[in-house]
Design a protein around this ligand. Structure first.
Ligand code: HAM
Length: 454
């Protein structure tokens, strides 16, 4: 038997329904913030990621899927979405569009050759957003609050937002030197990875999981103490806007992020629910003012965020969030003979076109087994088509919940189902839908995680 590759997942059944629901909330929320959907290729020239993400990052040194195509081109499967969006922004001259900033979002598979473990896949799906062409601290705050709102609308309660600032280039370079001077005399106390990072990417030492509890880490100089005045003021503004947007956050000086392109604001959103294990960062992002220029475009300030959908779905499951997943059919059509089957074929099509979820029999079951199948599908109504009723232009429809049966005219099925399913509350989800929109004020539903209710 051929098996799937390590670090890849088959997503199907109920889990696939959860994914589709999560994606529908992402689409709807992005629309409200006026972000446009963008699709960029799954593979790009390797150079894009080497120059974009940084030669010394873990992603580029150890994790990319690289190959040479039949035309001899060096190709890489995208490990993240930002570099491709930036390439597209430059190539399509989006910087020339009077409608600035350009606000886009994406949702797609990424590839990283990592050691597979829970929450760390080789094929992963990220949704993310990028704002290109705004240096306003409001964009930083809005990107963070948009991410938080998606989690809240989905019903996650146990999340924590960590923010930090790396400052502008001057502050970052200055800090880099201070950090190297601080760690150099202590290298023997740090792990192998940290020893490699000291010269190439010293900031990454700060988010080392192996050495996190050591005093040397805890006492390390903090980025925010080395920000110049301008960067400090900028960070204060971001926090002010976050307060206005009612986003709770913690300033965490250890957030430095694993990709080279960041400056100023960086942030990560963690799931705090028990059982997650160490890969509990749902998503992260930050400002990358130098990247467009680094990739041969004009100087363009940008900020963005990305989240692994697999980790998000896991957080929803661990928090046992009730989601309005449709796992039943409105009507199951049963039949015995070929004439009835032909009518089932016709009627199922008509009713589906009218908007109902309809299923019927395809594997030759007898009537008793068809009833069992209707139960398995959690059918709300069933009809056993029989030639005599059909000749009289009527059917017997059964409410599977109450057992009640009614004879109705064939012409009235659509009206009947519409009334029963859409206008009465008999078949509503056993879930209080949240009608409080983003601010989560005045909401009584248990699904909602509004600040006011805590
Ligand atoms: P990142 O931190 O590398 O950032 O990835 C963002 C999120 O993708 C992570 O927080 C995690 O949820 C998910 N993720 C990453 N690697 C894996 C993996 N191997 N398995 C499962 N999930 C994973 C970026 O990718 C940046 N492009 C974010 C960004 C956008 N910055 C600015 N704009």
């Amino acid at each position: 038997m051929i098996q799937k590759q390590k670090g890849c997942n088959d997503i199907y059944g109920r889990e696939a329904k959860i994914w589709k629901y999560v994606e529908s909330i992402i689409d709807a929320t992005m629309e409200k913030y006026n972000y446009n959907y963008i699709r960029t290729p799954l593979f790009e020239a390797s150079e894009l990621f080497h120059r974009g993400i940084g030669e010394s990052t873990d992603i580029v040194t150890k994790e990319t899927y690289d190959f040479v195509d039949r035309g001899g081109r060096e190709i890489t499967l995208r490990p993240e979405g930002t570099a491709g969006v930036v390439r597209s922004y430059i190539e399509n001259k989006m910087y020339g569009d009077p409608n600035q900033p350009v606000k886009v979002y994406y949702n797609g598979t990424m590839y990283r050759y990592e050691r597979p473990q829970s929450g760390r896949d080789r094929e992963l799906t990220q949704f993310g957003m990028e704002v290109l062409g705004s240096d306003d601290p409001l964009s930083d705050a809005e990107v963070i609050s948009l991410a938080v709102n998606i989690y809240k609308i989905l019903g996650l309660k146990d999340i924590k937002v960590n923010i930090n600032s790396l400052g502008d280039k001057e502050s970052r370079d200055n800090y880099r030197k201070v950090l190297i001077d601080y760690f150099k005399p202590h290298m023997k106390d740090l792990c192998e990875d940290c020893n490699e990072r000291i010269d190439k990417n010293p900031l990454r030492i700060l988010d080392c999981k192996v050495d996190a509890d050591k005093d040397i880490m805890k006492n390390a100089p903090k980025t925010i103490d080395y920000l110049n005045e301008e960067s400090k003021e900028r960070f204060e503004k971001v926090k002010e806007y976050l307060d206005i947007l009612k986003v709770s956050y913690e300033v965490n000086p250890n957030i430095v992020r694993g990709l080279d392109y960041y400056n100023h604001t960086v942030f990560e959103i963690e799931a705090k629910v028990d059982g997650f294990g160490s890969n509990n960062v749902l998503g992260g992002g930050g400002r990358y003012n130098g990247l467009v220029n680094e990739l041969d475009g004009p100087e363009t300030p940008c900020i963005g965020f990305a989240c692994g959908i697999g980790r998000l779905v896991k957080a929803l499951e661990l928090e046992e969030v009730k989601l309005p997943i449709i796992d039943s059919v409105d009507l199951f059509l049963m039949y015995v003979n070929e004439d009835e089957k032909k009518y089932a074929t016709y009627l199922s099509q008509e009713l589906r076109m009218a908007g109902f979820i309809v299923d019927t029999e395809y594997v030759g079951r007898g009537l008793k087994a068809q009833f069992k199948q209707a139960d398995r599908l959690k059918a709300k109504f069933t009809i056993v088509l029989n030639s005599e009723d059909l000749n009289n232009n009527e059917v017997k429809i059964k409410n599977q919940k109450t057992g009640e049966e009614e004879i109705i005219s064939l012409d009235a099925i659509i009206y009947y189902l519409d009334e029963k399913l859409n206008t009465s509350d008999e078949f509503d989800y056993e879930y209080d839908e949240c009608d409080c929109d983003y601010d989560h004020k005045d909401c009584n539903c248990e699904h909602c995680s509004c600040e006011e209710k805590k």
